[in-house]
Design a protein around this ligand. Structure first.
Ligand SMILES: Cc1ncc(COP(=O)(O)O)c(C=O)c1O
Length: 346
């Protein structure tokens, strides 16, 4: 088996480069749990400003941001509306049920999106024998459907429908900055309609650890309690926060390159016999394609491309995902396409 030279498994596989490591080594630190780490405090202030929110909280992961936000917003028995492909439903080990006692109510919808009308229809009447529909969650960008950007108007309409029924609106912004770069819409504009929002430092931004959750000062104070309760409070976390600051200062605009690589990859894959991909609809750094027409399963395809040193992730029996990022080499797309061609040859 060749070593993996082009890793398209996820944008989480990036490694901190020398300049980021230098920033980490030189970071000023303090006791983060006592709010005395100046680098963590600076990162939190930067993200609050970027997202147009009063305050922000550094957490070890995006998963913990979702869990903490839901814990603040909901009590046991409450219901959260979200898309049927959303991360908390598929990949957070049942956290909302296990940790909060909240129900996740999946909504269908093309390309990871749902509408204001769906929200209005889904909200349950306030009667004592029904769960209380308490919150909705928007995933920006929608991951497993292919990095799809929620248009600003749709975020606004969905949140207006939620707020009209006293729901709390949350944004899983794991890849919000990809949507910002792709659409030209400011992060604060996407975040304005929601009550809580977070960005991941470990995806397109390329930092090694952490995510930052933002909202009102009151929300963030409550979030501190759940951070502590879940064991997410840290000590000299400035070491890792410094990587996040470096990433926000150096790795945002360059995501346009990831998007261009994803488009090139999709166009190349579309030319291969038996591979189905909607290359014109690639908006950010994720390409989902179907290998059914090749006669291979996704697993077969993945195993064969790994032999050529290219790793994809397999999402379903014949569905494969590629994610572009900071560490994809300049010839990564060409190498991925030639690995795909070799896989089809057998
Ligand atoms: C849309 C989305 N939300 C949440 C997460 C969780 O983030 P983390 O890996 O930082 O826990 C991910 C990670 O892949 C994601 O893609």
């Amino acid at each position: 088996m060749s070593p993996i030279a082009v890793d398209l498994f996820s944008d989480t596989v990036t490694r901190p480069g020398p300049a980021m490591r230098r920033a980490m080594a030189e970071a000023e630190t303090g006791d983060e749990q006592n709010r005395e780490d100046p680098t963590v405090n600076r990162l939190q202030a930067m993200v609050a400003e970027l997202l147009g929110k009063e305050a922000a909280l550094f957490l070890p992961s995006g998963t913990m941001c979702n869990q903490v936000a839901f814990a603040v917003h909901c009590r046991a028995g409450d219901e959260i509306l979200l898309h049927e492909s959303a991360h908390p439903l598929l990949y957070e080990a049942g956290g909302p049920a296990a940790l909060i006692g909240a129900l996740l109510r999946p909504l269908p919808g093309a390309r990871g999106l749902f509408s204001a009308e769906q929200v209005r229809q889904a909200i349950r009447p306030r009667v004592h024998y029904m769960p209380r529909t308490r919150a909705l969650s928007i995933e920006q960008t929608a991951n497993v459907v292919g990095g799809v950007c929620w248009p600003l108007a749709q975020v606004q309409e969905v949140c207006a429908a939620g707020h009209a029924a006293e729901l709390v609106c949350h944004m899983d912004g794991a890849r919000l900055l990809n949507a910002v770069v792709a659409s030209g819409t400011a992060a604060a504009d996407f975040a304005a309609p929601v009550d809580s929002v977070w960005i991941d430092l470990t995806k397109g931004l390329g930092a090694p650890v952490g995510a930052v959750l933002a909202g009102t000062r009151g929300f963030v104070e409550e979030a501190w309690v759940f951070k502590q309760r879940l064991g997410g409070a840290m000590r000299q976390a400035g070491i890792i926060a410094a990587a996040g600051i470096y990433a926000l200062e150096h790795h945002v605009e360059r995501m346009a390159d990831d998007h261009e690589q994803a488009r090139r990859l999709a166009r190349g894959l579309a030319e291969l016999p038996g591979i189905a991909v909607d290359a014109d609809r690639v908006e950010t750094n994720i390409v989902i394609f179907d290998v059914r027409g090749t006669g291979l399963t996704g697993e077969d395809f993945g195993r064969r491309t790994e032999r050529s040193g290219v790793r994809f992730s397999v999402l379903g029996p014949t569905l494969v995902r590629a994610v572009t990022h900071l560490d994809v080499p300049p010839d990564g797309v060409e190498r991925a396409l030639s690995a795909a061609r070799a896989a089809l040859r057998g």
